[in-house]
Design a protein around this ligand. Structure first.
Ligand code: SF4
Length: 220
């Protein structure tokens, strides 16, 4: 039986999309997920934002359209932490990233810390969609900064030049955890029972790397 590592938002997402695919690409590692052009671009954009916000390094030519966003982020008041790693244990207490008791963890693209409030920013290079990722990161932030009572979050959709903002209050933390606990318990059960059923979807039509799966088809 495979040992479960600390889960992340992306683990939940990937497991729910197709447990079989999740197992092969993120548990057994017997299928490699190829790095698409979109993923490569996303990684370069994240790196460029990190260097721009933390070191004031100009964006490369092909990303010059992001300079204004970078400037606005640099001018925000507060202590800026780029690629901020946050991990918690089962009691929702903050722990080191590689701690043996780490239960869940995530890396915020940018966290801005002020005495009363934390701001979380996530750069998105894909299509705008609804995501609970920053709700989970807000929960990590409440655990990491025990004196902070408010967390603001913002997805920056770079293609569409839109920001989706949300504000979270500490009093709502137990309620906010509920859906993640349900989702995480399903993932934990899959590890305990070693059950990874296939969940066919449009991904099977050539987009999934699990070519040995009976549901897999060539791209048309
Ligand atoms: S081909 Fe489809 S059903 Fe099979 S592992 Fe991939 S996504 Fe899941």
């Amino acid at each position: 039986m495979a040992k479960m590592k600390p889960w992340t938002y992306s683990h939940l997402d990937s497991f729910e999309t197709c447990p079989k695919r999740y197992y092969h690409t993120r548990v057994a590692y017997d299928v490699k997920e190829p790095e698409s052009e979109h993923i490569k671009w996303g990684n370069s954009v994240h790196k460029a934002f990190e260097e721009n916000v933390s070191l004031n390094k100009p964006f490369p030519e092909e990303m010059s359209a992001f300079s204004n966003i970078g400037r606005q982020l640099r001018e925000l008041p507060g202590v800026k932490h780029c690629e901020m790693k946050m991990a918690i244990d089962r009691a929702f207490k903050p722990v080191e990233w590689f701690s043996k008791t780490a239960w869940s963890r995530g890396i915020a693209d940018l966290l801005v810390e002020t005495p009363k409030k934390v701001l979380l920013i996530d750069y998105k290079t894909g299509k705008r969609k609804v995501s609970e990722q920053l709700t989970l990161y807000a929960l990590y932030a409440f655990a990491t900064y025990p004196t902070v009572n408010e967390v603001e979050s913002g997805f920056i959709w770079l293609k569409e030049k839109k920001i989706d903002k949300e504000t979270y209050q500490r009093k709502d933390v137990p309620e906010l955890w509920k859906p993640f606990l349900t989702r995480a318990s399903k993932l934990e059960r899959a590890f305990q029972e070693d059950q990874w059923p296939a969940r066919p979807s449009g991904l099977c039509r050539g987009w999934c790397p699990c070519t040995e799966c009976p549901h897999w088809e060539r791209k048309k």
